[in-house]
Ligand binder design. Structure first.
Ligand code: S3P
Length: 436
């Protein structure tokens, strides 16, 4: 039965708040830990449905996982999956990141055969984007209808390739860089627009020969990875829902602490600021190359907003927050246009269709385009209504935030989807609203 929850127009959000651990970095920390010979302690591992799928898959691949609160000790198997674990079915649940990244490791395991599958949403998400380049490296990778999960990976001795990403995707980039660790020679991945670089930062930390020359990233074969501890910062994508709420619910002011400020993840903040949002924080300078993940504070307060244009080159660094740009656009004065975001069509749901239907049902003047959307506002709040999350965690949370800032409230169908990335979402909102 789908849960139905009402989010009523509410007083200001106030106080200090720490978002849950970063989902992208948690997946990578666990996977890299499993590929190390020595145990890796991951501090502040995200406890969510998606990141549990990663731990379960790694257990099946022979790794050990010891959980102690928010700490996870991963006892890796090294770069070679042990013989007794070279095959079987791996369930990725709802996680696109696991579905696209893990095959990079599996592809380089000669003699191994695995099938990756997941929920109904995963079965609609394209995997040819990893199947093609991994096949070019020498693995045999088959997808249903050539394009969708289940995905069968037959490992092989890989050879390095030069590959230009046809879509800006950190998942595909990561998959190929990981496969490159096992491939003879070097592997070069070219990305025209920078996407999140957590994998690159971890590779540098793990002592892997790794170079960037403009858009070209090159990794070479290694015998081992060396990492000891990984500290996962708070997730800027989860914090974005609270920042958006603080921006559109009048008189709000929230200090977000312990949040990741990696510039490849903070595109939403740059767009929101341009719209007039007051978000102050030491966000990393665009173009920074380092092996650390910056962590810090953001101070967000409500403000009148103006429409803006989000151009294609800004999309990857804001990809998971673009629906929130739509929400802010509905409260802003003027037109907000998002371009070059066709990738939104292949997320947990078709997020262009979802945000257009969702916000329109709440009273917004919004239209889809082929690769984005355009929303017009006059600076007044949305009316409210009903929004169906259709299993998409980010649409569920968007509906809740819209409700707090609306005039009539919003009923969210399926708020429980939030637990895919942010299990404590409702509790955190209640606390910031002074109802904790
Ligand atoms: C992610 C990359 C992005 C993002 C997803 C997480 C990652 O996907 O939307 O939520 O952890 O690498 P794409 O690589 O498909 O753009």
């Amino acid at each position: 039965m789908t849960r139905r929850d009402r989010f009523e127009p509410s007083g200001p959000l106030r106080g200090s708040y720490t978002p849950p651990a970063d989902k992208s970095i948690s997946h990578r920390a666990a996977l890299f830990g499993a590929m190390c010979d020595e145990p890796v302690r991951v501090h502040n591992y995200l406890d969510s449905a998606d990141t549990r799928s990663t731990l379960a898959a790694l257990l099946k691949l022979g790794a050990g996982v010891e959980e102690d609160g928010a700490q996870v000790l991963v006892r890796g198997v090294g770069l070679r999956v042990p013989l007794e674990a070279t095959g079987g079915l791996l369930d990725v649940g709802n996680s696109g990141t696991l579905m696209r990244m893990l095959p990079g490791w599996l592809a380089g395991q000669p003699g191994g055969v695995w099938t990756l599958d997941g929920d109904e949403s995963i079965r609609r998400r394209p995997v040819d984007r990893v199947a093609e380049p991994l096949s070019a490296m020498g693995a045999a990778v088959e997808a249903r209808e050539g394009r969708f999960p289940p995905l069968t990976v037959r490992g092989a001795r890989l050879s390095g390739i030069e590959y230009e990403l046809p879509v800006a995707s950190a998942q595909v980039k990561s998959c190929l860089l990981i496969a490159g660790l096992l491939a003879e020679g070097s592997t070069t991945v070219t990305e025209r627009t920078p996407s999140r670089d957590h994998t690159e930062r971890l590779l540098r930390r793990a002592g892997v020969p790794f170079e960037r020359e403009g858009p070209r990233l090159t990794v070479s074969q290694v015998d081992e990875l060396e990492l000891d501890e990984i500290v996962v910062p708070g997730d800027p994508s989860s914090a974005a829902f609270v920042v958006a709420a603080a921006t559109i619910v009048p008189r709000s002011r929230v200090v977000v602490t312990g949040v990741g400020l990696n510039w490849t993840r903070t595109g939403f903040l740059r767009v929101a600021e341009r719209m007039g949002a007051v978000v102050v924080g030491e966000v990393e300078e665009p173009g920074t190359e380092t092996d650390v993940e910056p962590v810090g504070e953001l101070d967000a307060a409500s403000a009148p907003l103006e429409g803006t244009e989000v151009e294609p080159h800004e999309v990857p660094a804001a990809i998971d927050e673009l629906t929130l740009v739509g929400l802010l656009g509905a409260f802003a004065d003027g037109e907000t246009v998002v371009r070059g975001a066709g990738e939104l069509r292949v997320k947990e749901t078709d997020r262009i269709a979802a945000v257009v239907k969702g916000l329109r049902d709440l009273g917004a003047d919004i239209e889809p385009t082929a690769d984005g959307f355009a929303v017009r506002g006059d600076g007044s709040p949305l009316r409210g209504g009903i929004i169906d999350a259709r299993g998409d965690h980010r649409m569920a949370m968007l509906g809740a935030v819209a409700g707090l800032a609306s005039t009539d409230g919003v009923e969210v169908l399926g708020i429980d989807a939030a637990s895919v990335s942010y299990p404590g979402f409702e509790r955190d909102l209640r606390t910031l609203l002074g109802r904790g």
